[in-house]
Design a protein around this ligand. Structure first.
Ligand code: FAD
Ligand code: UDP
Length: 366
């Protein structure tokens, strides 16, 4: 065998694994079907602005070990994510906090906000929320649900809120303080110089990185080159979809440069109204407090994934999770292959969780 490890996918998971394997003296071949490294955290500099080509990425974690790990590869700025939600002509702060409630109801105190929410859900009798709609209603009441959650969620997931798992909405903090920080995590920021440079550093010592190379198109040839395979592509595709097709959401990014220095005054504006076809507009320069004379924005249009599209979000409802479990059992029987990352583990993982999972796999493997 020429290599100890064949790593399929040059995204964050594959890059962390390759980096750690090299530190322990293992040889690695990395194959990536796109023509660039970094997977979905890929950024490209355009006129001095780091453009997040596959959607905005804000690094956040509560795990000091992961924060220290990623800081080996980049210095982070002090960006704090505070999206604004636009519902028709009304603007609200996110996540759901006293600024949101005060604007919604003209109130001032946490007590008043809690009383309004309690009154709005009193007759619903939700004791244990069974789906996203019940979870959202029981947390923030009907007004916030109708204006800021229902339309956005149904555009984002292409499903009724009653058919979605409640954990999706629990990603967002709910606070009765005037605090617009989108995350509760202790550490947060954007890497100065962009994410691609981080992955470049992680892969710097890899023996070979082949871009524009689809492992599944030449599986036998690649398998013959390495003792073990770390696979970070779609798990169902690996098995030729033989148990069925897992569902994903895809996103189309419509990106343009505008002749203004400041288009929307914030990095992230969510369009929560069902009638606007996109979910959010990202203005990339604001992640880095950019002062360039022009600006670059991306509108995000969400769609159901079909073969040939990029898979972005696993749809972790009961039906898909059950199918994934069957694939996982098949995966466990493969001696030579380990599955990881957002697609290999079919999990709605943030970057910090992907790094933690990759480091865990390193501990088991290396
Ligand atoms: P990927 O980045 O998908 O990498 C997998 C790689 O494998 C890809 O490059 C793919 O081309 C390659 N591949 C697949 N199949 C093959 C094959 N057969 N042969 C060769 N190569 C193959 N996380 C955060 O922490 N903060 C955020 O703000 C945030 N925002 C996000 C916004 C969007 C729109 C999306 C979609 C995700 C966001 N995430 C965010 C999550 C983050 O993108 C992921 O946690 C992380 O990028 C996953 O890394 P990965 O290596 O598992 O997967
Ligand atoms: N969400 C919402 N309204 C918003 C923003 C988010 O209802 O303005 C819901 C939506 O269901 C979304 C989930 O919260 O899928 C998680 O949001 P997050 O911003 O974490 O999504 P991501 O950045 O992963 O797309």
């Amino acid at each position: 065998m020429k290599y100890d490890y064949l790593i399929v996918g040059a995204g964050l998971f594959g890059a962390v694994f390759a980096c750690e394997a090299k530190k322990r003296g293992k040889s690695c071949l990395v194959v990536e079907k796109r023509n660039h490294i970094a997977g979905n955290i890929y950024c490209e500099e355009v006129n001095g602005i780091q453009v997040h080509r596959y959607g905005a990425h804000i690094f956040h974690t509560s795990d000091k070990r992961i924060w220290d790990y990623i800081n080996q590869f980049a210095e982070f700025n002090n960006y704090i994510n505070s999206p604004v939600a636009r519902y028709k002509d009304e603007l609200y702060n996110l996540p759901f906090n006293m600024n949101t409630f005060s604007k919604m109801w003209g109130i001032k105190t946490p007590q008043e906000a809690k009383e309004i929410i309690a009154a709005q859900i009193a007759d619903l009798n939700i004791t244990e929320p069974k789906n996203l709609e019940e979870q959202a209603l029981s947390l923030v009441g009907r007004d916030v649900y109708e204006k800021l959650i229902k339309g956005y969620t149904e555009k984002q997931w292409g499903r009724d809120c009653k058919d979605l798992p409640s954990f999706i909405i629990k990603r967002l903090p709910l606070r009765f303080t005037y605090d617009n920080n989108y995350f509760n995590d202790r550490y947060q920021g954007i890497p100065i110089g962009g994410y691609t440079r981080i992955v470049e550093k992680m892969l710097a010592d890899a023996d070979e990185v082949l871009l524009g190379t689809d492992y599944l198109k030449d599986r036998e040839k690649f398998d013959a080159l390495a003792d073990k395979v770390i696979y970070t592509g779609m798990i169902d595709e690996y098995f030729g979809y033989k148990l069925g097709v897992l569902q994903y959401r895809s996103v189309r990014f419509e990106t343009e440069e505008l002749e203004t220095d400041n288009y929307q005054g914030n990095a992230v504006v969510n369009y929560t109204d069902r009638d606007v076809p996109y979910t959010r507009i990202i203005e990339h320069k604001h992640f880095e407090f950019g002062k360039q004379p022009t600006t670059i924005i991306s509108r995000e249009y969400s769609s159901e994934w079909k073969k040939g599209d990029e898979p972005y979000y696993p749809v972790n409802d009961d039906k898909n999770n059950a199918l994934y479990e069957q694939y996982r059992k098949l995966a466990d029987k493969q001696d030579k292959v380990c599955f990881g990352g957002r697609l290999g583990a079919y999990k709605y993982y943030d970057m910090d969780k992907v790094i933690a999972a990759a480091l865990q796999m390193c501990r088991e493997q290396l």
